[in-house]
Design a protein around this ligand. Sequence first.
Ligand SMILES: *Cc1c(COP(=O)(O)O)cnc(C)c1O
Length: 377
Amino acid sequence: MKDNTIAVHAGTLRDEKTGGVNTPIYTSSACDYRSRDESPYPRYFNTKNQKAVGEKIAALEHAQAGLVFSSGMGAISTSILAYAGAGDHVVMQDALYGGTHNFATEWFSHFDIDVSFTETSADSIINAIIPETQVIVIETPTNPLLEVVDIKKIAQFAAHKQITTIIDNTFASPVNQNPIDFGIDIVVHSGTKYLGGHSDLCCGMVACSKVKMEKILSLARVLGPSLDPRLCYLLERSMKTLGLRVNAQTKNAMQIAQFLADHADIAKVHYPGLKDFKGHEIAKNQMSGFGAMLSFELNDKDPDWGGRELKIISPAVSLGGVESTICPPSSTSHAKMTKEERQRVGVTDALLRLSIGLEDIQDLKQDLDNALKKVTN
Ligand SMILES: *Cc1c(COP(=O)(O)O)cnc(C)c1O
């Protein structure tokens, strides 16, 4: 089956009573224990609604097993802790989702886990490996600079050293990147973004082999970040249109990136689809589309512009929804850093991150053009 067929059909449980084509919502948290190996219980991650979406993400990510969580951070923290314990070392990129970064800096010491942060390149990640390294966590493309790392190079090296690799595939989504095909062990998602896709739910997902899933499931059952069956259903419904949405958003983003790159008021555009972008060649090898996230810097006429005067593109922090949103990373995702630290990692005050939605491309371009015309000279 191809992606759109998988998105529509994988995991769906037909309603036996009515013949309905959708998975029914199973609300019970108390189920008959007789004549069953295991009764469904939400915190056991084994209700029919959890299994339906789990199967869908597994199929979309070319994995054997999938699991849904109540947030992306639930999926990420559980996956890391399942494979890194006392005395172990973890390698992570510096440019990682803020929550993941904070989890490592504020909580790893609590579990006696050591961590090294590296630049966003396969060589820096590989060079940071020490004999105690048990887990490598990567993210590509990164937030907010869309830097790209060579997934296959890292996965191959790690496999050879028997190190577990985890990738946060939120930005690309399974439509544009399938890391398991390149040898990555565990794929995690903030389902709050493209998988949910309508900025109306919070969830996370994991996809990996059946063997790798055993520890993750076992830990998840005691940590408890499970998703309610009703939200599982909403997520399942959203995931059916994942391919249509993300392909259309990706197409829009390519055009917006080009439009901004050609615009006189824009100093720099960060988008893996642009030919002169640093990570373009690697992205071409590992992504089927370049995604719908991009960022850009205004030239120095009005560094505090911040996208004011935009009428369609909304100022909002999250991403991946059907509506286009814009936010300044310096005062949102990277606000905890000092100005100097931000400068060092390339997050200037003039940087703006765009999540491109499903609106008509002419309207998006015009919205940006009109707003940019009001930049003070
Ligand atoms: C939003 C996000 C997360 C965290 O997901 P939540 O659902 O908010 O817990 C993790 N990684 C990336 C790349 C994200 O954008």
